[in-house]
Design a binder for this molecule. Structure first.
Ligand code: TXA
Ligand code: MG
Length: 316
């Protein structure tokens, strides 16, 4: 494939991107969470191309992105509780795993032949405009090589996938900065599959009841492998006193830290900066370098931040 084309987030750029999607090509698009690698979810070749570009294992299903709540019923069944979550949080950083409708017309590769499908309506205006122009279901995993750090700028996308995808739309940095929260809404009590950019506390406040937790150690979202978001160097967590030579990433007051997720200790800011910091610390530390993260509280978005940090630090 020739070089990846950088498209601007304006009418000509979006028109070009929608035409590429219709032709079965792959376009990275900004969303409010992270950049997604978009392809036509009904086109087997486009979807196979997504797996190939990322080096992603075929058993790991993709999220289907739609522009408008009215489109969801063609692909999935929404129970009353799923409808409440959809009404409260779509468009936004929530993905619902729902029973797949027979005859939905999706490529079987999208769902890895599971009886369920993951659906999200992103809030980012550029993603919404592209989805509306394409007017169909778009499969979009995060636009990074499988197992690496998710991209939150167009430059991050190019650093990982240049020459492997047709285009990237530059929509600037992603505001939320963490992938969507994934909730399994196929049964009566919704279950958390992946902590993400929407806090569990907000979801539970809407439900008026706790989410069921994923079973400890079980891989319920097939992509939730222990090692992920991996920088090249070694990562240590909960470090209040870094060792000499470590790139220390602070949270709250951390005198002498090389980088900070949030000097004032704000979890929303820390979420938005997390993948920037991982990319930067990776560049500073290099192949054999070492990165140390200060402790981050395990509440609100801190849950998702710590989840990503644990995967970044996992043995591989
Ligand atoms: O914020 C996001 O969710 C971003 C943006 C681009 O929308 N997308 C994203 O996609 O993070 P990806 O492919 O990196 O993560 C999707 C996760 C994977 O862990 C996958 O296993 C899970 O969703 N998933 C997809 N379909 C599923 C299903 N039917 N049942 C359970 N998990 C599913
Ligand atoms: Mg991903």
């Amino acid at each position: 494939m020739p070089d990846t084309r950088l498209l601007s987030a304006d009418a000509p750029g979006l028109k070009r991107a929608a035409a590429l999607l219709r032709a079965g090509r792959l376009v990275a698009m900004p969303t409010e969470t992270v950049y997604g690698l978009a392809g036509d979810a009904t086109n087997d070749r486009a979807v196979a191309g997504i797996f190939a570009a990322k080096g992603r294992p075929r058993f790991n299903p993709l999220i289907v992105h739609l522009a408008d709540p009215g489109q969801v019923a063609a692909f999935a069944h929404l129970s009353p509780v799923a409808q409440r979550l959809a009404a409260a949080f779509w468009p936004g950083p929530l993905t619902l795993v729902l029973p797949l409708r027979p005859q939905a017309g999706l490529s079987p590769l999208v769902t890895a032949e599971l009886p369920s499908v993951a659906i999200r309506l992103p809030a980012h205006p550029v993603a919404r405009a592209l989805l509306a122009a394409f007017d169909g279901p778009v499969a979009a995993p995060s636009a990074n090589p499988s197992g690496r750090i998710s991209p939150v700028t167009a430059a991050h996308v190019l650093a990982g996938l240049d020459g492997r995808i047709d285009a990237v739309i530059d929509g600037g940095p992603c505001a939320v900065g963490l992938e969507s929260t994934i909730v399994d809404a196929t049964r009566d009590t919704p279950r958390l599959l992946r902590a993400g950019g929407l806090s569990v506390e907000e979801i539970e406040a809407t439900l008026g009841a706790p989410l069921a937790e994923r079973a400890e150690g079980a891989i319920t979202a097939p992509g939730q492998l222990a090692s992920h978001y991996a920088p090249r160097g070694r990562v240590r967590l909960d470090v209040a006193h870094p060792e000499p030579g470590e790139v220390w990433v602070g949270y709250g007051p951390c005198p002498g830290a090389a980088l900070s997720l949030s000097p004032g200790g704000d979890l929303t800011e820390a979420a938005a900066r997390l993948f920037h910091a991982l990319h930067e610390a990776d560049a500073m530390a290099g192949e054999s370098g070492r990165i140390a993260f200060a402790p981050v509280p395990e509440t609100g978005l801190g849950r998702a931040i710590n989840d990503r940090l644990r995967r970044a630090a996992a043995p591989r």
